[in-house]
Design a binder for this molecule. Structure first.
Ligand code: HEC
Length: 155
């Protein structure tokens, strides 16, 4: 774990060129395995089923299953547009000033959480980290085609 945090911390200060080559298979999958798998892995049910019985799953501290590239994209692109970004944000980009519910799981201390947030952001695309929904919400417009085009999400 120590070594991993160091590696993730190193990625934070790495030059932009390196940040741009963040992929699911190299950085995100292992990070997801370490920090998210216990509650979103193969002992959880997929989103549709989870949604139908949300409160019961939440009581067991189980989130929807997202243990593959395609399943994770479900919470970024569609139908749960922007969900991952809203949940992982530290409060700086979500317009709320307070972190999303999953930010706490990104690391054991603030430095590790920030380093891992940067990894997720670099993978999703810094310019695509808006957390907007598919449909307009209150005073927030819906995500646009231009914004969707900025998603990186390399496998
Ligand atoms: C200790 C258990 C736990 C861990 C660890 C955890 N989650 Fe969650 N997650 C949950 C639960 C429970 C919910 C449902 C929360 C709610 O709706 O109030 C959830 C919800 C989510 C959602 C929203 C799903 C939706 O319906 O749109 C996303 C996205 C998410 N988690 C991503 C992550 C990521 C990425 C990580 C790792 C950095 C992570 N979670 C770590 C338990 C966890």
């Amino acid at each position: 774990m120590k070594l991993k945090s160091l590696m993730f911390a190193a990625a934070l200060t790495a030059p932009l060129a390196q940040a741009e080559s963040i992929t699911y298979s190299k950085q995100i999958q292992p990070l997801w395995q370490a920090r998210c798998a216990t509650c979103h892995g193969n002992t959880s049910v997929y989103w549709g089923q989870w949604q139908q019985n949300k409160d019961a799953y939440k009581k067991q501290n189980k989130g929807p299953r997202m243990d593959s590239y395609a399943e994770l994209l479900h919470f970024i692109g569609w139908p749960q547009t922007g969900s991952l970004m809203r949940q992982l944000d530290d409060g700086q980009s979500n317009g709320k000033g307070k972190p999303g519910g999953m930010y706490q799981h990104l690391g054991n201390d603030e430095a590790e959480r920030q380093a891992n947030l940067q990894l997720f952001k670099a993978w999703v695309g810094e310019d695509a980290w808006s957390g907007k929904h598919w449909q307009p919400k209150k005073d927030q417009p819906a995500i646009s085609k231009q914004e969707l085009d900025r998603l990186k999400l390399a496998y």
